[in-house]
Design a protein around this ligand. Structure first.
Ligand SMILES: [Zn+2]
Ligand SMILES: [Zn+2]
Length: 298
């Protein structure tokens, strides 16, 4: 109704986008955070399954979130877990975080010993059968300043070792840190299955990933107007290394950018990706489903 169009647009911000048309070939959301989304896990999974998103990888970012991911994956066949200390969490454990203290009460910086203790718990969780990935780990030069770099890189190296020892997929978070992430992977020796979540490199980096056999998981931002570099990367990535994810509640695909994201919106991104590749939606979905199962070994 034109008279309240403005009001509707404003209200839209927090309104869940509508259900897209179902995919004919079911796929997996290779990276989501159900614990940060509204509604129950059951509701989120049912809504996703109703449009052909029948599997999700639930990703933990700290000890509490990683335990929850493992518990949730144990409770639902359609959920697999990945466990880790996020690249921005590791420096917080070592150095503390002034904002974190006021939010969470008496949190104190714990030094290297606290990081080791947290990594030991990630190691334990990584051994569980329903945990298919170690991550998201990696480097984030956007949110973590120079003072946190050493802790972040030490944590990243430890996660690589844990993934290799348990034979699990490594899930990489790489924000403004492409060269350093690739360097550390090379120095440590990447695990057999390595996934760049929310792939953010350009076409040139996609060629490096292709040579190394790294999976590239594309999120809703591949649909953003200003993300031609991501579409260029997607266009050259080998089809057998391409995954799709939501990273929900973040990165809601166009035309719903800014509204809450959830796994049921994967079809919107899949369709945009099929257009970029110039292939049929079903052919892409078939590849995405097989690639995600191969990447995470389920
Ligand atoms: Zn991330
Ligand atoms: Zn994430």
């Amino acid at each position: 109704m034109p008279s309240n169009a403005g009001q509707t647009a404003k209200g839209d911000k927090n309104t869940a986008p509508p259900l897209p048309a179902p995919l004919r070939v079911p796929v997996a959301d290779s990276h989501t955070h159900l614990d940060m989304q509204s509604g129950t896990v059951e509701e989120g999974l049912a809504k996703a399954a109703s449009v052909g998103v029948t599997t999700v990888v639930q990703v933990g970012c700290d000890i509490k979130g990683s335990r929850w991911a493992a518990e949730t994956a144990a409770a639902y066949d359609s959920v697999h877990a990945a466990v880790a200390l996020h690249p921005n969490e590791a420096p917080r454990i070592v150095h503390g975080d002034p904002d974190g203290w006021s939010r969470r009460g008496a949190r104190q910086p714990g030094g290297d010993a606290a990081l080791d203790e947290a990594l030991a718990e990630i190691d334990r969780l990584a051994g569980l059968p329903q945990v298919k990935g170690v991550g998201e780990t990696g480097l984030d030069h956007f949110r973590t300043g120079p003072e946190g770099k050493a802790a972040q890189e030490r944590s990243f190296r430890a996660h690589i070792e844990i993934a290799k020892r348990h034979g699990k997929a490594l899930v990489i978070h790489d924000r403004d840190a492409h060269a350093d992430v690739l360097r550390v992977l090379k120095e440590e020796g990447a695990p057999g299955r390595t996934v760049f979540h929310c792939y953010s490199g350009d076409a040139e980096m996609a060629e490096i990933c292709a040579r190394e056999g790294y999976f590239m998981s594309f999120a809703g931002n591949v649909t953003f107007k200003n993300a031609q570099n991501l579409r260029d990367a997607l266009a050259v990535a080998p089809l057998e290394l391409v995954l799709v994810e939501t990273d929900a509640p973040f990165l809601t695909p166009a035309p719903y950018r800014g509204r809450p994201n959830a796994p049921y919106l994967v079809p919107v991104t899949v369709r945009a990706m099929a257009a970029v590749r110039g292939i049929d939606e079903d052919a892409l979905a078939t590849a995405l489903a097989a690639n995600t199962a191969r990447a995470f070994g389920y």
